[in-house]
Design a protein around this ligand. Sequence first.
Ligand SMILES: Cc1cc2nc3c(=O)[nH]c(=O)nc-3n(C[C@H](O)[C@H](O)[C@H](O)COP(=O)(O)OP(=O)(O)OC[C@H]3O[C@@H](n4cnc5c(N)ncnc54)[C@H](O)[C@@H]3O)c2cc1C
Length: 465
Amino acid sequence: MGSTTGRKFSDIQSDVYDVVIVGGGVSGLTLAAALKASPYTSALKVALIEGMSLAPATKWDPSPDQLSNRVSSITPASQAFLQKIGVWDYVYPERVRQYDDMRVWDGVSGARIQFDSFQLDAAGAPMAYMTENLNLQQALLESLAEAPGDNQVKIFDSTKVEQITNSTDQLDDVDLSSWPAVKLSNGSTLRARLLIGADGVNSPVRSYAGIESRGWDYGQHGLVATLTMEWDDRQDIAWQRFLPTGPIALLPMPGGKASLVWSTTPKLAAHLKSLDPKAFCTLVNAAFRLELADLNYLYTRSDPEEIEAEFEWRDGMLPMEDEGAKFPVRVVEVQENTRASFPLRMRHCDSYVAPRVALVGDAAHTTHPLAGQGLNLGQGDVASLMSVIERAVVRGADIGDEVVLQEYWAERYPANHVMLGVVDKLQKLYCTDSKPVVALRSAGLEVVASMDWIKKLIMKQATGI
Ligand SMILES: Cc1cc2nc3c(=O)[nH]c(=O)nc-3n(C[C@H](O)[C@H](O)[C@H](O)COP(=O)(O)OP(=O)(O)OC[C@H]3O[C@@H](n4cnc5c(N)ncnc54)[C@H](O)[C@@H]3O)c2cc1C
């Protein structure tokens, strides 16, 4: 390290930055907004590079009755952080819906568990806030636009990082050798005292830093869609049924809508996407209500009328008692062009830091969506990294020094490791209909369901409060 400690570069050269963030997803934008919101770091010179256009977020003018299909459940801990950095004030509140009750059950045995946010210590806190990722992105960009002129983050969107090398430059008395030099598709090269990889699962920053990412593919696709329910169930419940092909979840959204995340085989996901919309809705209803044998039969059909008739006949045989407590309100419509699917995988990096590099969000870890944690883990990373950067600035230390950055990794790796492990074990435990496993997991679930203190512990972990 040369004589760069604690110096700002705003007056030195236009392409030299204190922090260069690669990735304008929620993690990258949150870090940029947090850096600008903190009195300790707001003067740092920051650039953010995003390969895609950010115009869909900056010019977002959503119709009240249409919802984007990329939706996330935001834990109270993530919401509190967004509030702290002044971003939550820019979120459209009418496009947020909270839930305080979650009902989860085993699709094979029917064993059930109910989580209720009234069991949490934080009185009045919901279990989670549901909103579109675009709502968060527009709020983050709006808050960034509010930063005073000379403190603005320089945003390069529709601009790809093409190559990252070690800089060999010397700038006056500043030795930039060993600083990452980030070559962009617009021809410019940015030098970074600290380079942030917020660039998702295939992170180019991680490749540059030579950090290994380990894990496996689940052989499942997460099918998402925006649905309209038969009526607006004001109970604010999230529903999840574990089928042997993967869990199906229905999360409440504003205006009597719901967001579907159906993890299933790639073949079934492709079939569900190609089905007539009415037949698709019927299969969603069936997946929450019918026995597996009935479902497996319905999956082989594609004639909408036949699917409807078969479903109604089989559903009519179900006992009616506790109907409202056991199943969600029926789905009646799927919003056009909202059915999409994504391959699901688990990845975890050996380290989140290297000299002058830190990884946050999906660049550092990727998890199955069954617990709605991916984006929230990224928010936790940003909050932790921010504290480390703030402390370094206050001490006059070099924010790119690996020893400084190790503190961030030491705090986040174990917490993320536990969450990724739990989610992975749940995925594996429930992706079978083997009788002994089903018996064991159902007995375990019933024990947990009967013990409020264990449920409270699980909820504390999941909500972060
Ligand atoms: C079906 C599904 C449902 C989910 N539901 C939830 C949920 O309910 N709750 C939750 O917490 N999480 C959920 N997640 C996970 C969540 O969506 C992700 O964890 C989160 O979006 C990751 O954000 P990120 O900013 O870290 O990465 P990304 O969103 O992947 O952003 C990375 C960005 O980097 C950019 N980039 C990459 N390479 C380059 C390059 N070379 N040059 C320039 N830019 C580049 C990309 O264009 C991208 O915009 C879900 C995921 C799936 C698949």
